[in-house]
Design a protein around this ligand. Structure first.
Ligand code: PLP
Length: 455
C-alpha cells in the first residue's frame, strides 16, 4: 500500500529537532523551493503518551477537522485513538484507512440528512445533537442512532468560541431528553466543547458538573446514559505543557467527583489542536522584498513577501486568531533590527501575515520558519492565485519509533487479513493496526517519493 505518494518520509537514526530537519532539507535543495512543513511524528506520539498518562480515564477521539493529514490519522489510529468526524468526507477518510465505525463519533450537532444516512450505511452510530429539529431529523433518517446531547458551555475564555452556535442550555437539554423519550430515540450520553483554545480549566469543571445533571435526568427517565464526551479545546502549542497538565488535573478531579470510576460511564474527548499544533513547523522562503525609506526620519522599513500566505497555511491568521512569529536561522542573526512586515505571495492586500515586526535585514532567498503551525492550517488552505502552500515532510527517529512500537504493541491485536482494506476492529480503541499501515516503513515508500536519511 502506498499511502504517501509524493510525500517524503524521513527516518532518522537519531532524534532531530524540526529546526535541524529544516536546515538539512534546505542544504539539500538544488533549486528554488516551495514552502514545506517539517512534521515531527515523535511529537504527535509524545502528545498521545502524555494524554494517556495525565488523563488515563479519557479516551481521545482526534478531531479530524483540525488537521486531516492522512499520516497523522494513521499514526493516531495505530496508537489507539478514536476519531471525531464532522462530515461524510471525514468519516470516509478515516474509515478508508481501515478504522472501524465504533471508533468514530459524528460530532457535528447540525448534520445534512444525506450525511446521516451515510453514517448509518457505514455503521457510525454515535452522533451529537443539540436541538429539537435535529432530533426529529435524525429520528426520520436514522431512528437507531445513538445520540449524545451537546450542552452549552461558558467559552468566554476561549480563543475560538462555539457557544453562540452550538449547545443546548440546561433548560432546553432537559426538554430535549423528554422529547427523545417521547419519540423513542436513544440518548446515550452528553457532550460539550469549552471552545477551542480554552484558557481556563474552570470551564471544563463547570461543564462536567452540568453534564452530570443532564445524565442524571436521562437516567431518571430510563435512558442508559453511559457516555460522557468532554470535547476539545486542550492547548497544543510548544510551552503549553504545564497548562495542559493543570487542565488534566482539574478534569480528573471533576470526573472523580461527578463520574466516579465504577465502569458505568465511558469518557471520551475530542482534542484537535492538542495533538498537532506543535508537531508542524512551516519553512518559508522570501521570494521578494521592498525597502521603503520614511521621508521624515530617513529610516528604512522592509516588506518581505514569502511563498505561503493567509490563503494557504497561514489561514489560521484569519480563522484561528493566530499571530505567527517567524524564527530565523543563525546566519540571519544580527543586532541591527528594522521595522518590517511579512506578506503572503498572492495579489491580495489582505494577504498579510505579520503587519509589524522588528527583524534584521533579510535577503530574497532567505528562509524563515514558523513553529506551532499544525492546527487549523493545512485543513483549510487553498491554492488561491495558483500558489501552492506548505507540503508536509515527515520525520521521526527509528530509535524512538522502535520504543513506541514496543510499548503500544503489548496489547494483543486482531487482524482481518481477508478484507481488502486493513481493518482496525475495536470496541475500545485498543491498538490494532498492522505495521504495514505505517507510512514510513521502507516497503511503503513509492518510487516517486523523496527519501532523505539524515545520519
Ligand atoms: C465538535 C468539535 N470537537 C472538537 C473540536 C476540536 O477542538 P480543538 O482543536 O480546540 O481541540 C472542534 C473544533 O472546532 C469541534 O468543533
Amino acid at each position: 500500500m502506498h499511502f504517501i505518494k509524493n510525500n517524503a518520509i524521513v527516518v532518522t537514526k537519531t532524534p532531530h529537532t524540526a529546526e535541524e530537519f529544516i536546515q538539512k532539507k534546505i542544504e539539500l535543495l538544488t533549486d528554488e523551493a516551495e514552502p514545506f512543513f517539517a512534521v515531527d511524528l515523535e511529537d504527535v506520539c509524545n502528545k498521545h503518551i502524555r494524554w494517556l498518562t495525565l488523563m488515563p480515564r479519557v479516551t481521545p477521539h482526534y478531531a479530524v477537522k483540525c488537521n486531516d493529514d492522512i499520516n497523522v490519522i494513521k499514526l493516531l489510529a495505530y496508537l489507539g485513538a478514536g476519531f471525531d468526524c464532522a462530515s461524510k468526507g471525514e468519516i470516509k477518510k478515516v474509515m478508508d484507512l481501515g478504522v472501524s465505525s465504533d471508533r468514530i463519533i459524528y460530532a457535528n450537532p447540525c448534520k445534512q440528512s444525506s450525511f446521516i444516512r451515510y453514517a448509518q450505511e457505514v455503521g457510525v452510530e454515535v452522533m451529537t445533537f443539540d436541538n429539537k429539529q435535529e432530533l426529529l431529523k435524525i429520528k426520520q433518517v436514522y431512528p437507531n442512532a445513538k445520540l449524545v446531547l451537546r450542552i452549552v458551555t461558558d467559552d468566554s475564555n476561549a480563543v475560538c468560541r462555539f457557544s453562540m452556535k452550538f449547545g443546548a442550555d440546561m433548560k432546553t437539554a432537559h426538554e430535549l431528553i423528554e422529547k427523545a423519550q417521547e419519540i423513542d430515540m436513544e440518548v446515550i450520553g452528553v457532550s460539550f466543547h469549552c471552545g477551542s483554545g480554552q484558557m481556563t480549566s474552570k470551564a471544563f469543571v463547570d461543564a462536567i458538573q452540568n453534564a452530570r445533571i443532564i445524565m442524571n435526568y436521562g437516567i431518571k427517565l430510563g435512558f442508559n446514559m453511559h457516555l460522557l464526551d468532554i470535547g476539545g479545546g486542550f492547548p497544543g502549542n510548544i510551552g503549553t505543557e504545564d497548562y495542559f497538565a493543570e487542565i488534566a488535573g482539574a478534569v480528573n478531579r471533576a470526573l472523580d467527583e461527578h463520574f466516579p470510576d465504577d465502569g458505568t460511564v465511558r469518557i471520551i474527548a475530542e482534542p484537535g489542536r492538542y495533538y498537532v499544533a506543535s508537531a508542524y513547523t512551516l519553512a518559508t522562503n522570501i521570494i521578494a522584498s521592498r525597502e521603503m525609506i520614511e521621508p521624515e526620519t530617513g529610516n528604512a522599513k522592509y516588506m518581505y513577501y514569502i511563498n505561503d500566505g493567509v490563503y494557504g497555511s497561514f489561514n489560521c491568521v484569519l480563522y484561528d486568531h493566530y499571530v505567527p512569529v517567524p524564527s530565523l536561522f543563525a546566519k540571519n542573526a544580527s543586532n541591527d533590527k528594522y521595522t518590517s512586515s511579512i506578506w503572503g505571495p498572492t495579489c491580495d492586500g489582505l494577504d498579510c501575515i505579520n503587519t509589524t515586526i522588528e527583524l534584521p535585514k533579510l535577503e530574497i532567498g532567505d528562509w524563515m520558519y514558523w513553529k506551532n503551525m499544525g492546527a487549523y492550517t493545512i485543513s483549510a488552505a487553498v491554492q488561491f492565485n495558483g500558489l501552492p502552500f506548505g507540503k508536509p515532510l515527515y520525520f521521526m527517529s527509528k530509535q524512538f519509533w522502535d520504543t513506541v512500537k514496543a510499548a503500544f504493541l503489548t496489547v494483543p491485536r486482531k487482524y482481518q487479513a481477508d478484507t481488502s482494506a486493513i481493518r482496525l476492529n475495536s470496541t475500545d480503541c485498543s491498538n490494532e493496526v498492522e505495521d504495514d499501515m505505517l507510512p514510513w516503513l521502507p516497503e511503503d515508500i513509492a518510487e516517486d517519493t523523496t527519501v532523505v536519511t539524515i545520519q
